[in-house]
Ligand binder design. Structure first.
Ligand code: ADP
Length: 277
């Protein structure tokens, strides 16, 4: 029988290849009015992690996300996202950076005059995808979030939970390696929040890094893994939390969620090599 010596385990840990999705090195952000939103942040988030960012209002959470999305630039320090050095990134490359992420907003940010289908398709069309691919992937994604029957509706004909599912489908449509969700359950009811969280968890299981900013302590307790607390621009705790009382853990929220297939580091919604574009 082969046994692992402690020395072997130490070597294995030392040589474990770690890929970081996000790396903050001595990052500070001071706004023009002098407000110190982030104060010397050092943080690493590995590829494939599921992370909550929590903290009271004014703590610096939105600034943290804005730096990752390059909506704001750091005042000092180094910031890496998906192997890209954001502190040196020229402006013209920012749209490409954002397209490599799936972003879910608290207020959904759907385009009012576009149907559900077109809201999701739009995210593909701006990347230059063919209509053939759009017409395959959008219905597939709508089925995944259980909204295929609403594809011709306008956003104002949907409930909050449905709008957030459209937002989630749009965030996932380009198979991002990183999903950023800013209070994704802030404007929807408890049951739908749970479904959204479970879908995010399932997506993460297949390799996508998920970063969620939230005030919802109950959700953090139920779904938490790594929880990072920001207070007055500083990280005051960074811990692994064991999910509590998550009765529905491991079940499938939307009826078509089983369509998420294992892929390399992404939600392999459709095997693109099977489709000639
Ligand atoms: P949170 O998202 O946790 O509520 P923010 O990142 O929005 O926190 O804000 C952190 C601090 O930075 C606060 O003191 C806030 O007033 C300040 N701040 C945020 N955005 C700006 C801005 N555009 N200009 C000046 N100060 C800002």
């Amino acid at each position: 029988m082969i046994t692992c010596s402690p020395l072997y385990l130490i070597y294995a840990e030392l040589f474990r290849k770690v890929n970081y999705m996000i790396k903050f090195k001595n990052i500070s952000k001071i706004y023009d009015n002098g407000a110190v939103a982030l104060d010397n942040i050092n943080l690493e988030i590995e590829d494939g992690e599921f992370v909550f960012i929590v903290g009271k209002s004014g703590a610096g959470k939105s600034t943290f996300l804005k730096l990752i999305m390059r909506e704001e630039s750091a005042s000092s320090g180094e910031l890496w996202v998906n192997d890209l050095d954001l502190t040196k990134m020229p402006k013209r490359k920012i749209p490409n950076l954002r397209r490599s992420m799936g972003i879910v907003f608290q207020d959904f940010r759907l385009i009012d005059k576009m149907t559900v289908f077109d809201n999701i398709a739009f995210a593909m069309r701006v990347t230059g995808c063919s209509e053939k691919l759009v017409n395959i992937r959008v219905p597939y994604m709508l089925e995944l979030v259980d909204l295929l029957d609403k594809k011709n509706c306008l956003p104002n004909e949907l409930s909050g939970g449905e709008q957030q599912r459209v937002g989630l489908a749009r965030a996932l449509i380009n198979n991002p390696k990183l999903i950023i969700a800013d209070e994704p359950t802030g404007n929807i009811d408890k049951n739908m929040s749970e479904d959204i969280m479970m879908l995010l968890k399932e997506i993460n299981k297949h390799g996508t890094t998920v970063l969620i900013v939230t005030h919802n302590n109950e959700m953090v307790d139920r779904f938490g893994e790594r929880v990072i607390t920001i207070y007055d621009g500083k990280i005051t705790s960074d811990e692994k939390v064991t999910p509590k009382n998550n009765k529905s853990k491991g079940t499938v929220p939307f009826k078509n969620q089983q369509k998420i297939k294992k892929g390399s580091n992404k939600v392999n919604i459709i095997n693109q090599s099977d489709i000639s574009t």
